[in-house]
Design a protein around this ligand. Structure first.
Ligand SMILES: [Zn+2]
Length: 119
């Protein structure tokens, strides 16, 4: 039985997604980056897309667009997009420039891994 050709692409995206998640969480030292939001942290640590996928397709694969945030503050961002935008935790479609959209990230991601290890 032949494998469907899409699976390799899907796997590559899943790998990249995993890399972005790991980079985001380690960069944040596994701490919530949304502590300017009201209330205490709570729940699991999520990887949040500052510009949502609806306005920035592929944004979940761009480590410049992701932050680590606890579940409680993640929910707050979802419920309060205007206030979250003021804190830099949310980005509107008109704030997303085409120059920030870089599709093939895998090579720059490796470079960033190297750089962060040197710190
Ligand atoms: Zn938090």
């Amino acid at each position: 039985m032949a494998l469907r050709p899409v699976s390799a692409k899907r796997q590559a995206e899943a790998d990249l997604r995993w890399d972005v998640r790991q980079l985001t969480l380690s960069r944040a030292r596994w701490r919530c980056q949304g502590t300017d939001a009201p209330g205490p942290c709570g729940g699991d640590l999520d990887v949040h897309e500052v510009a949502p996928r609806s306005v920035y397709p592929g944004g979940h694969l761009d480590s410049d667009n992701t932050i680590a945030i606890c579940r409680r503050h993640h929910n707050w961002v979802g419920d309060n997009p205007a206030a979250a935008a003021e804190l830099g935790l949310h980005r509107y479609s008109w704030e997303v420039t085409t120059t920030s959209k870089v599709v093939p990230r895998s090579e720059t991601l490796v470079e960033r891994h190297d750089r962060s290890e040197q710190r």
